[in-house]
Design a protein around this ligand. Structure first.
Ligand SMILES: [Zn+2]
Length: 349
């Protein structure tokens, strides 16, 4: 099923059915459900008794294969890291990854291999083999590629030729939240389709239906993307995030050593993200009078903003940004946090 705010996109897209583009680039903000839309669209294209509005019937052999993840005329291409996380895997890839992990583990019991965040050329080559073979069911063959910005340069170039001269009956559904990171040559070979971002009302209503209180606060924090808001609501680190926001709200009374102690087990990028958004809001509060990410903390932000000047905030924000540039390096998280939170407290002294 698609999300309620996607109905209009769905209906308008069906008007392309008579001349379906061989490559469609579905793009838009992260966290609005583009992948699910693309998958549903793929199922609709493969369904052998689709409804007049293009909806898959959900009952035919094609729909059954699709929902079990083994339709012979369908491929989804994801970076390894995402495939592992989302539990989508094609059996062969899975086995290979497992073997590699095992080999790494045998090698002195060190950390297992980090799954790639890129779509690699081997994946595109396998895809081209799939495109080269005829359709198993006599209909279209459909490829979902997500996210398109994860294609590394070699992979993108390998794909380009196929996009230029697409095999008959093959449809590419490329999905991207960062169209600015795609090669212009890739973009120009696709029909671009900007996906609708839900209105705050639609997003709030949907979140409420998922049993989420404080939908508005969550949405503000994630820039209006409902799926990101939902993930945040069930995020295990949320109690610690709330604790951290209280420390930040304390301004001059922020306990930097407690922050180092309490947060040291969390990933550095996660904590830096909170700090960065808080600083953004302090600056926004000091200059425009309205926070963007933490509207629920508006009064604490206003109080902190009145205790120091905006230039100091801007300088400290640059420090945080510099730290973000090296956040994936092995660092002593406790020391990093202590130093940053000390710097934060000093803004008010
Ligand atoms: Zn069907």
């Amino acid at each position: 099923m698609i999300y309620p705010w996607q109905t209009d996109d769905w209906n308008r897209l069906q008007q392309l059915r008579a001349h379906w583009p061989h490559a469609l680039l579905l793009h838009g903000q992260a966290g609005i459900g583009k992948l699910r839309f693309a998958q549903h669209l793929a199922q609709g294209l493969l369904c052998e008794s689709a409804l007049p509005n293009g909806e898959p019937c959900g009952k035919c052999a094609a729909c059954n294969w699709f929902s079990q993840g083994n339709h012979p005329d369908y491929r989804i291409v994801l970076p390894e890291a995402l495939a592992a996380e989302a539990g989508f895997v094609n059996a062969a890839g899975d086995e290979k990854a497992e073997k590699a992990d095992k080999a790494d583990a045998d090698d002195g019991g060190k950390k297992t291999r980090t799954p790639s965040k890129e779509i690699k050329i081997e994946q595109v080559r396998a895809l081209l083999d799939f495109c080269g073979v005829g359709s198993h069911r006599g209909g279209m063959r459909v490829v979902v590629l997500y996210p398109a910005e994860a294609l590394n340069v070699a992979a993108a170039n390998a794909l380009l030729k196929t996009l230029e001269e697409p095999p008959a009956g093959v449809v590419f559904l490329m999905v991207s939240a960062r169209i600015d990171r795609l090669l212009p040559t890739i973009i120009s070979r696709c029909r671009q389709w900007p996906m609708t971002t839900p209105s705050p009302e639609a997003a709030t209503a949907w979140l409420a239906a998922q049993g989420i209180d404080d939908a508005l606060g969550l949405l503000a924090e994630v820039g209006g993307a409902p799926l990101t808001a939902l993930a945040l609501a069930s995020d295990e680190s949320r109690p610690l995030r709330d604790w951290t926001l209280k420390q930040l709200a304390a301004g001059p009374d922020c306990d930097a050593f407690a922050c180092g102690e309490t947060l040291q087990k969390l990933p550095v990028p996660l904590v830096l993200g909170w700090l960065q958004r808080w600083m953004y809001d302090l600056l926004a509060q000091a200059t425009a009078g309205t926070p963007r990410y933490f509207p629920a903390a508006a009064s604490a932000l206003a109080r902190c903003a009145s205790l120091a000047d905006a230039h100091a905030f801007a300088r400290f924000m640059r420090t945080v940004t510099r730290q973000r540039a090296v956040e994936n390096h092995p660092l002593n998280a406790r020391l990093v946090f202590e130093e940053l939170f000390l710097g934060y407290r000093d803004l008010f002294v």
